[in-house]
Design a protein. Structure first.
Length: 102
């Protein structure tokens, strides 16, 4: 991905808990998270970014052969040329998020 452009505010944000996500969003976008979601690790890890909701499990891990900068830990593509990048804090409680395009 030459000429990769990343837009981010470089700020740490807290993951949202399941109870903070609107029920309408849970039933339409996260219906694949069936109970017992607590046992499966879906109680937290929700992200709201640019009006859309994500869960950290939707991001693909960035490995050493990835074209993305090594400071980022995961990505979620929304097209062949663009998507969302995520960086996790050392304790896994917070994240930084950005949008990429090439």
């Amino acid at each position: 991905m030459s000429d990769l452009k990343i837009t981010t505010d470089h700020k740490w944000k807290n993951f949202k808990y399941r109870y903070e996500v609107p029920e309408k969003i849970l039933s339409s976008e996260f219906d694949w998270m069936k109970e017992p979601y607590e046992d499966w690790g879906y109680e937290d890890g929700f992200i709201q970014y640019k009006g859309n909701w994500y869960h950290q499990s939707e991001f693909m891990r960035i490995d050493n052969n990835s074209p993305f900068p090594k400071s980022w830990h995961g990505y979620s593509s929304d097209s062949f040329f663009s998507g969302i990048l995520i960086e996790l804090s050392g304790d896994g409680e917070q994240y930084k998020i950005g949008w990429y395009c090439s």
